[in-house]
Structure formats: C-alpha cells, structure tokens
Write a protein that binds this ligand. Structure first.
Ligand code: HAM
Length: 403
C-alpha cells in the first residue's frame, strides 16, 4: 500500500467540507473588500524565492522542494504565495499601469519542515496581496478584513503587531542590535550566533527560553523608528483602537520571510498548541523593485487553512437534494430520465438498487436528502411517483408527466 508522504495528508468528508467552508468564507469577505482572484503556478524558478523570501531565511536555506527539471532549470515548488503573485504582477506589466491592484488566492504550499501538529510539508494558504497603496490605511484595512474573515468563521484570535521600519531606520537599528547581541553572544544558542551575522533581526524570535530572557533588554525597533515609520505605526494603532479592534504590540514579531518593512502582524490562536499562528503578513514596499518591477508599495497576508480547520465548526448541515429510488428496474430507468430534468433546479441522486421502501427511506435519511421520490409496483403500473418531504413528513402521489 502506498501512503501519502510524511507531512502530507488527504482531506475528505468533514475535513474537506471545512476546507471549502474556510475558502468560500474568506473569498466572500475579500471580494467585499475589492479583491480579485489570481491563480499562479505552483512551480517557479528557484531564484524567485531566493530573491524574495531571502537566502538566509529557514524557508530558503532548509525547507525548499527544489530540483532541476528535464530542461536543466533550477525550479522550486512554492513555499508561500506572495513571491509568485508579485512575479505575476511584474510579468504582466501591471507595475507600469499605476493605480491599485488587489488579488486573493488559495492553494498548496510546500515546506520541507519537521512535521508536527499544525505543521505540514504540504499545506494550504488563503492569501491577499494589495499593490499600489502606500498608505497605512491599507494596512488597517487588511487587518480589518482578516478580522472579518475570522469573525465570520466564528474563531477566536489575538492580533499581534509590530513595525519593522524602513531603509532609513532599520540599518542603524540593526547596527545597535548586532552590538548588543555580540556582547551576549557567549550565552546565546548556536542558531542565534549564526544569525548575528546572517540575519540579526531573526534572533529576536528565537524560541529558546534562555535566549528570550537575555533579549528582554535588547534595543527595540519601535523605539528607534524614523519619523515616518513612527507616525504610521501610531496611526495604525489609533485606527485599530477607533474600530475597537484589540491588538498587542510584540516587539519580537519579525516574521520568517525577509521581504517585510514597516507593519508586520500575526493572528494567533491560544487553542491549537505550539503552532499557534493562524495568519500572518505585513507590508513589503521594496519587493516589486527587487523582482525587477517599478517601485510599488504593497501589503498582504496569508492564513493557514489546515490550522484553521482545527478551530472551525461547520454550520449545521441542512437537508438538501432529492433522492430517487425504486423497487423495480423499469422504475430506475424512468428515474434516470427524470433525474436530468430535476437537476435543473435541485441536487439529485439516483439509487440504482432495487429494494423496498423502508430500506430506501433509511438511505435517503442518512444522505440528508430533503425529499424522496419512490416508484413501487403500483406507481409503475399507474405512471406515478410516491413523494415524501423528509422535512415536514408530507406524502403525496404525483403523475410522472406532471414532473
Ligand atoms: P507565513 O507566516 O509564512 O507567511 O505563513 C502564513 C500562514 O501559513 C501561517 O500563519 C500558518 O497559519 C500557515 N503555515 C505556514 N507554514 C505552515 C506549515 N508548515 N503547515 C501548516 N500551516 C502553515 C507567508 O507565507 C506570507 N506569504 C504571508 C504574506 C502574504 N505576507 C504578505 N502577503
């Protein structure tokens, strides 16, 4: 027997219902905010992720599903959706048109991580990317949209925000941070020591509790922001407060992807264990340029569908569809023809098994049909069908021609 690969899973029955429910809810909300659907390839040039997510990130340095294809191209299965959408934005020359473009997407992402609860190697994201709007109002609007999605799904969350500054305030802050980290490097873990040289900001979200205690007195970026980043962050906070959207400031929230600047945020759940981030995102004003497009500010987010599946409850299942069945083969023939007419307005299933009414009623009930249409011996002789509404239990006999 061949099983799915480690960290990959099949979704069916209630799980696939939840999966669809999350996507359709998120789609409906993002359409209300003016987002349009975009579909990009799963396979992209490896260089795309190296240049966007960043060479020093865990995703690129350790977790890529990367290979050389038959044409000797270095390719990679997407570990996240933003890079592909930005690539599509530039490839389709939307960067030259000016104005705003807002896209939503969903699909499989691949990261060769150590699998555990809430952490898969093949997982799904729903994401939104907004191009052309540099105003912090758009950051606020995106966070509001995410809140609407989770509220509609009836899921509890905590919003964490931070600012990662810009090309003016980040470099001097990085210098300050490196000098602080170098002083305590003897006590920091091996990973942190490696990161002091490659990506010092990532030291701030080290999961090691000893490292975290040493970092308590580290310089904080939000205390070192330039005037513009500082006033944007203050504005974001006041917009959230004005809309009664509760948030926490997390100065260690640096995100695992290198393309962010200014606003960064995560939605966290306390109910799903250690992999608690159910969504994350932020502003990435330089990425379009890094990928050879015209400078275009951008902001976006993605939510992890599998993590949300652990939290979501499906709406109560309603009776739905018509169940056609008979005791006689000639009856099944009639019902097969009738089915295609009824499908114009209803979901229809035909049970080809010729069996008694009692047994058919049981099956129709199990299938949560809202009505059963049955042809027994009498009905066959009279050109009629016995119909029962399984919601209000009313029964009647109708002529086949009238249907
Ligand atoms: P990310 O934080 O890497 O951001 O992923 C977003 C969400 O995907 C996470 O919050 C989590 O719910 C889910 N996720 C990540 N890795 C896994 C995994 N191995 N198994 C299950 N779920 C996972 C991004 O990917 C950015 N592209 C988000 C973004 C969009 N930023 C701007 N625009």
């Amino acid at each position: 027997m061949i099983n799915p690969l480690r960290g990959m899973k099949d979704l069916m029955f209630e799980e696939s219902e939840k999966f669809n429910h999350i996507i359709s809810t998120a789609t409906a909300v993002s359409k209300k905010y003016g987002y349009n659907y975009i579909e990009t390839p799963i396979l992209e040039e490896t260089a795309l992720f190296k240049r966007s997510v960043g060479d020093s990130s865990d995703i690129v340095s350790k977790e890529m599903y990367q290979f050389i294809d038959k044409g000797e191209n270095d390719v990679c299965m997407r570990p996240e959706g933003t890079a592909g959408v930005v690539r599509a934005f530039v490839s389709n020359k939307l960067d030259r048109q000016g104005g705003n473009f807002r896209f939503y997407y969903h699909g499989s992402m691949f990261r060769y991580e150590r699998p555990q609860k809430g952490r898969l190697r093949s997982f799904h994201q729903f994401g939104c990317e907004s191009f052309g709007e540099g105003s912090v109002y758009e950051d606020f609007m995106i966070i509001s949209m995410m809140k609407d999605i989770f509220d509609t799904l009836n899921i509890g969350f905590v919003i964490k925000i931070n600012s990662l500054g810009c090309t003016t305030c980040m470099p001097p802050y990085r210098t300050k941070l490196v000098s602080f980290l170098t002083n305590i490097s003897g006590e920091l873990c091996e990973d942190c020591n490696r990161r002091i040289d490659t990506n010092p900001i990532r030291v701030l979200d080290c999961k090691n509790t000893h490292c975290q205690s040493l970092l308590e007195n580290s310089p904080k970026l939000i205390a070192n922001l330039c005037d513009e980043c500082d006033s944007d962050f203050e504005k974001l906070k006041s917009l959230l407060e004005g809309s009664n959207i509760a948030y926490e400031i997390d100065t260690n929230l640096v995100r695992g992807l290198d393309y962010y600047n200014k606003t960064a945020f995560e939605f966290v759940s306390n109910e799903i264990g250690s992999q608690s981030a159910i969504a994350g995102g932020g502003r990435y004003d330089k990425l379009v340029e890094y990928l050879d497009g015209r400078a275009t500010p951008a902001v976006g987010f993605a939510l992890g569908i599998e993590r949300i599946m652990d939290l979501v409850h499906l709406p109560e299942q309603q009776r739905n569809g018509i169940y056609l069945c008979s005791m006689e083969e000639a009856g099944v023939d009639i019902l097969c023809k009738l089915a295609s007419k009824l499908r114009a307005t209803d979901k229809v299933t035909v049970d080809y098994n010729t069996k008694g009414l009692k047994s058919h009623l049981k099956s129709a009930d199990k299938a949560m049909a809202k009505a059963i249409y049955f042809i027994g011996g009498d009905e066959l002789a009279n050109g009629t069908i016995w119909v029962k509404d399984l919601e209000n239990k009313e029964e009647r006999v109708v002529s086949i021609d009238s249907l």
